[in-house]
Design a protein. Sequence first.
Length: 572
Amino acid sequence: ARRYAQRHLDTCAMLRCFGASQRRINHIFLLQLLALSLVAGPLGIVGGFLAQEGLVMLLGQLVIAELPAPSWTPVWVGLLVAMGGVLGFALPPVLQLRDVPALRVLRRVAVQSAITRRLQPATILAYCIGFIMLVLLVIYQAGDVVLGGILLSGLLLASVLLWTAATVLTWGLKYFLQYFLTHFSQSKSSAWHLGLANLTRNRRASTLQVMAFGVGLMVLLLLTIVRGDLLQGWAKGMPEDAPNRFVINIQTQQVAEIRNFFAQKGMADVELFPMVRGRLTAINGASVSEQRYEDTRARGLAAREFNLSWADRLQVGNTIVQGYWWGDGSRTTNRFPYEFSVEEGIAKTLGLALGDQLTYEIAGESFTATVTSLRSVHWDNFRANFFMLTPPGVLDAYPASYITSFFLPAEKNGTLDELVNAFPNLTVIDLTAIMDQVKLIIERVSMAVEFVFLFTLAAGLLVMSAAIQSTLDVRLHENAVLRALGARRRRLWQSLAVEFFSLGALAGLLAAFFASVLGFVIADQVLNMEYLFNPWLWVLGLLGGGVGVGLAGIIGTQQVVNSPPLAVLRKL
């Protein structure tokens, strides 16, 4: 927009000579920008529709039902965003064209007041319109004001971090250039010096480009390399004999027969665990309902039934973190007639603590017990684990079914057929097939997200194109002078390659760093697993950013090198 305004300085001066008022000039350029938005808006709408079809193709069989026909709402939103964006961010420099004096027609001098003077109220208002339009768009897409505010805060924080990191990198490049010239280069006309000098000279534009490309590359690295590393690390963290089959709906009268069946098949270590269905109805005498909680998970737990079980010893992967276990010999008397051992995660969600009395409705009867311990449970071991446990004998009066999990090698799959034939009421769950389906879903969804974030890279290319266009006149003049002083085209091509490959490498370095940090946070805080450092992440970030941005930059600046220096100098 600034270059557009600079190119129309002479036009505005001529209009002023012909008697056009400042308001008339504003109206002329305002209509041009509106026409631009009315052309760009429909093109973006068509592009969005095609992108939606591309997402459906990527998701494949995950989207079974046919999607409904698109409504007109996104069309109007797209047009409003186009007009708001153009008017909010392209109009401010154009509004200042009305201040161009008619004297410019007679005196070929730069008119400093036209573009660089302090912002006028109308200019500030235009910027505010663009900012408000972006805020409203985020809130509209989020569907909630609070969520939209969180997203905007996150975007602001991420932008500050990325901008700071990009600024540090570009400042570091300046000192690297000084060190390089001092120790390795004898000439300031070398391709390395010319290329890196362009980056440091236009530091603000370089920082913005590094940040824009860094965001897109970071997301792509996170969804490809880091995602694969996390999945591999999670798979390696599982023991080779982790259970891969669950059998449910085992009736009490079948327990002895099924134990004999597994013993005959050489699987005598398979354990069967009882389950009693019950709904939580009261905590310390206070009724439990969905309305009691604000958290979505807590509301869901309050509305569902629990699987209660009993055990005389702790299972593998269960650890007492508070209180005592009734079978560890740490107490001498029974303080409570009935006891619960509660998983610490659900205790935190429902606000439970040691000493709380929980009342469950089981088969139409009320059962109350006291929380005497909290357990941490390693859910990833794929064993039969429970939120609520009681001592043996407490729930014997209630109807129960049994569940088991075990590891079954591929060569023994026939054992399942024999089990189901002998006990037709059993339900066998194949975890291997489920995990394969989960991996497929993760891959498809990740591909869809990668597809969406390709638009982020496209936005980075647009930012770079705009930066190139904004400095095109300066580049043309500089290269024309260098050509006139004897510089060869090859040297100029090399300097452009150094500039844009360095720009891409900085963006790739930034992307690899933040992708590694986010990967570590996800592994440590979300998945509770060790994050494995992958050096290929940095290699691919540097090479991908350098090659991709470098080629795009060289292609975008062909005019700079190919323009005859004499023709450029004559325009000065």
